[in-house]
Design a protein around this ligand. Structure first.
Ligand code: GAL
Length: 401
């Protein structure tokens, strides 16, 4: 019997960058359900935080003729790969399951860059999340800061008492994640898009961009010293252990804190990054299916169908820290962080802002070029704000539009 089942099992290799406890648990929910369909999910993990390494490995495996059946591929990269004809079209699954009606329009547009659905959306993360340690905040009688003035008061008070205010790391994607929230806080959604989506050189020269840069570097004094390239998991650990009071990070950190036994609104809570409460700076996780023949195709379509089903969406996203990609999700599974995320995202495109660091705003080359300049500015106090602005504006002329 067992032999019979195994003989018919279809193994799919999935290339992704999820290595933390909560990320592994979220995958296990999906792979466990797939096992019931006789589909074996085989992890090909490339640990790399926001997935930079995973993208490189995926490309080289493809060039070597050794593509996995499935890969985690987010944002603008979906359209780049679809243009090259590398992705399976999922029109049948999408129309049977009525994805167009079910999904948020932003998600639906993202996954069908050329009129055919070519990616399977898993969940929506909110990047502009400020986590705080509730015990520390209660001890010092402070509340989540709604704007930067309040933030300064809280941070100074904590620092005077010998507590590190911010558990940030100097890893470049994490700093970029922080910077984009600051840019949004110092401007608005239109301005943010003008800079990071349109790459308009004027936006980089604007006073609002300058203010964001100043604020970015000024936060260094509230971060651990020396500032190391610790993983986001280690940053979340600092917050959990009370070694730092706050952390700006996508809400996957919430899932990780939960997985360590810290319940939302008990050990920690989340708020919006100062001045960004009306925005949802988003990062949407998606899987793409690569062309690997008919047998694989059946399994890939089954996976697509199950991943987007309302039951799987509720279960998976509760563990991953994101919210479902569905317009009308099961709200009973959302904690206070997810409720806030869902409410703002549901307001529609005026409130939704695409993450630069997580590939929602622009192509990989532009992102890397902009991030390199941001890191150069952050790491070297001698680089003037205006100098960084001029360099970014100059670079923007050379980037793909
Ligand atoms: C993001 C991804 C999230 C989370 C995070 C840290 O790019 O969308 O799901 O895994 O990286 O690894």
């Amino acid at each position: 019997m067992l032999f019979f089942a195994n003989a018919h099992a279809q193994t799919v290799q999935v290339l992704h960058w999820w290595t933390s406890t909560s990320e592994e648990k979220a995958i296990a929910v999906l792979s466990g359900r797939l096992a019931q369909e006789n589909i074996v999910w085989k992890n090909a993990v490339i640990p790399s935080g926001s997935g930079i390494g995973a993208g490189i490995v995926l490309k080289s495996r493809l060039l070597a003729g050794d593509a996995p059946e499935i890969a985690q591929l987010n944002g603008v990269m979906i359209s780049e790969w679809a243009e090259l004809g590398l992705l399976q079209e999922l029109d049948g699954v999408a129309s049977n399951a009525k994805w167009e009606k079910l999904l948020y329009p932003t998600v639906w547009h993202l996954i069908q860059p050329n009129g055919h659905p070519v990616a399977v959306p898993l969940g929506i993360h909110r990047i502009n999340t400020l986590f705080f340690n509730r015990k520390i905040f209660a001890r010092f009688n402070v509340a989540a800061p709604a704007n930067w003035d309040e933030f300064e008061l809280v941070a100074q008070k904590l620092q005077r008492a010998g507590i590190t205010p911010l558990a940030q790391s100097s890893e470049s994607w994490q700093l970029a994640t922080l910077f984009e929230t600051i840019l949004l806080s110092e401007s608005d959604a239109n301005f943010y898009r003008d800079a990071f989506v349109n790459k308009n050189s004027q936006a980089f020269l604007d006073a609002r961009f300058g203010r964001a840069l100043s604020r970015f570097r000024s936060l260094k004094k509230y971060m651990p010293s020396p500032l190391n390239e610790r993983s986001w998991i280690a940053s979340a650990r600092m917050l959990a252990d009370g070694d730092a009071a706050m952390l700006v990070m996508g809400d996957w950190a919430k899932a990780e804190l939960n997985s360590w036994g810290l319940a939302t609104d008990v050990g920690f809570s989340c708020a919006a990054v100062p001045n960004t409460a009306n925005y949802h700076l988003y990062d949407i996780d998606t899987l793409v299916m690569l062309n690997k023949g008919a047998a694989a195709r059946m399994a890939q379509e089954k996976i697509a169908q199950i991943a987007v089903s309302p039951v799987m969406q509720a279960e998976y996203n509760q563990i991953k820290g994101s919210i479902p990609v569905l317009r009308n999700p099961d709200l009973s599974k959302l904690d206070s962080c997810a409720q806030a995320s869902w409410k703002i995202f549901s307001r529609g495109t005026a409130a939704q802002v695409p993450s630069l660091a997580h590939r929602m705003a622009t192509d990989e080359i532009s992102k890397e070029a902009i991030v390199a300049e941001l890191i150069r500015f952050f790491s070297n106090d001698n680089v003037a704000v205006s100098d960084a602005q001029r360099r970014l504006a100059a670079i923007s002329h050379t980037l793909p539009k």
